[in-house]
Write a protein that binds this ligand. Structure first.
Ligand SMILES: [Ca+2]
Ligand SMILES: [Ca+2]
Length: 518
């Protein structure tokens, strides 16, 4: 494993706990929404202002130069898709989830997606980067794609095979221009880069951001192993071998999300001008460690690097929204903001999971529950909030439904179509349950408001503990997963549906044990 996610988690802070103990239902979301200030121009920082002026000028030039593209929707009315995926970004960071000002930086632009669309408070992911990104790209739990005998000996999470049908391949087959700008982490060998897996173009990094420490480490030993080399920022077009551009060290770490945003905006403009529906995928590198703010934002909040990066990210998302809106594509563009997993677990990190227990690489809600906001004004009503269970694997079939794409029929898809739920054509989510894995280990399940863990993990040592009897949590009355037995005795009937989820999943794994092909 290259991730530094296995190190010791930050100890709980008593004051924070006291604050959060009062929080146990969805009123939390509305309460904190009320506390988020409206940002006026006077409160905008100088770099924000300069960048806003630059954007306005650029957009004005664009609008003047391609007037016919201004009102042009995607080809055949297909909606465009912009998908922002944060890295190790907890549930509690942004304003509408109780963060924003509480975290030292208001997030009005990200919050606006909730105001104009749908906010999920029970959106689930996998516990670490690669399986989570596998879920997003394939609509299948990471466990299915990793079961290959020919991976490298170190680390099981080495990416997806060509055989997997990615979200980008599905959209490309449906006529979309597909651009990826950011971190891949799903394979770094010939045939497994993004531009081998459905993306027309890619600018970003193949690996995890902890490798940005290497070039600046005083302990780096050149030539220590033939496989060891610095990560480069790369670019490629479909079918090309990626070209190394610059070493990904701490200096590049500061600016890469700015460059990701710029490349994505350029891509969106080009596709709008060409009147081709587009999929712009922005897996930002923040807030994985190291959390280094861009020079435009460093020190601007006065609340440290994490808050600076939060402000920076909000501004970048705002630029993307402004670009879509100025091109006249707002009603016909699906805009999603989410994260691949909860906050980092290392002691020196500063992420925030809101009311939930634990960090990434654990089976607890702080690992699995992340923000998910979606805006699609033409189809999804504004100001929607739901605590129904949805999972990252659902994004593939949901987007397939929205665009008229093909869902693979020759393999088990774990994802379900949530388009009717998001459009409020159906009241409830299309799923009631999920399975929870860490690495190879099935840890448990969630079903409605109940959770069963057949294993737990020591949050200090990461030792896996197998229990003689499972832990059962009622997540409505015990959202912090503090009392596994307390709320269960009157309701032992939940054993039946909870175990059924495990049995159904295990039989589906027997039927589809792993991806074939190179
Ligand atoms: Ca991650
Ligand atoms: Ca493929």
């Amino acid at each position: 494993m290259s991730c530094i996610d296995r190190l010791k988690p930050q100890p709980e802070v008593a004051g924070r706990d006291r604050l959060l103990n009062c929080v146990n239902d969805s009123s939390y979301v509305f309460f904190w929404r009320l506390l988020q200030p409206k940002v006026t121009p006077l409160e905008t920082t100088l770099p924000d202002y300069i960048r806003s002026v630059k954007i306005l000028v650029c957009v004005a030039v664009l609008v003047a130069s391609v007037p016919l593209a201004v009102a042009a929707p995607g080809t055949d009315g297909k909606p465009n898709i912009v998908l922002v995926l944060m890295d190790n970004f907890g549930y509690g960071e942004i304003g509408v989830y109780g963060g924003g000002v509480l975290r030292g930086a208001p997030t009005p632009r990200i919050d606006s997606i909730a105001d104009e669309g749908f906010q999920l408070t029970n959106f689930n992911v996998e516990a670490e980067c690669t399986p989570s990104r596998t879920s997003l790209m394939t609509g299948r739990y990471g466990i299915r794609a990793r079961q290959r005998p020919d991976g490298p000996p170190r680390g099981i999470w080495w990416g997806i095979t060509q055989w997997e049908i990615t979200l980008a391949e599905m959209l490309s087959d449906a006529g979309y221009g597909t651009g990826m700008f950011g971190k891949w982490h799903l394979g770094d060998t010939e045939g497994r880069f993004p531009t081998d897996q459905g993306f027309d173009e890619w600018y970003g990094i193949p690996h995890s951001s902890d490798r940005a420490f290497w070039p600046d480490s005083d302990s780096w030993q050149e030539g220590a192993h033939p496989d060891l080399e610095f990560t480069y920022v790369v670019s490629s077009k479909r079918g090309e071998t990626p070209k190394n551009l610059e070493v990904y060290g701490r200096e590049k770490r500061k600016t890469i999300d700015r460059e990701i945003t710029d490349h994505a905006i350029d891509f969106i403009r080009r596709k709008a001008e060409a009147r081709q529906p587009f999929f712009a995928y922005l897996p930002y590198t923040q807030t994985h460690e190291p959390v280094d703010a861009h020079p435009d934002y460093k020190g601007t909040t006065g609340n440290g690097s994490f808050a600076d990066v939060l402000a920076q990210t909000d501004a970048y998302v705002g630029e993307l929204l402004d670009t879509i809106d100025a091109l006249g594509l707002k009603d016909n563009t699906i805009f999603i903001f989410t994260s691949d997993n909860g906050r980092e677990g290392i002691t020196r990190s500063f992420g925030f999971t809101g009311p939930w227990r634990g960090t990434m690489f654990s089976p607890y809600e702080g690992s699995l529950r992340v923000p998910f906001l979606i805006r699609y004004p033409g189809k999804i009503p504004a100001e929607q909030v739901s605590n129904d269970i949805v999972h990252l694997v659902d994004v593939f079939p949901t987007l397939a439904n929205f665009v008229g794409g093909d869902i693979p029929q020759d393999r088990i898809m774990d994802g379900v179509d949530q388009s009717d739920f998001l459009m409020r054509k159906s009241e409830k989510s299309a799923r009631e349950s999920i399975v929870i894995y860490i690495g190879n280990e099935l840890f448990g399940v969630k079903w409605r408001n109940w959770k069963m863990l057949i294993k737990e993990i020591d949050e200090e040592s990461y030792a896996i503990q197998k229990m003689a009897y499972p832990s059962i949590y009622n997540l409505i009355v015990d959202p912090k997963e503090e009392e596994p037995e307390n709320f269960y005795l009157d309701d032992t009937w939940v054993d039946a549906p909870l175990w059924q989820v495990i049995e159904d999943h295990e039989s589906s794994i027997e039927e589809d044990p792993g991806a074939p092909g190179p």
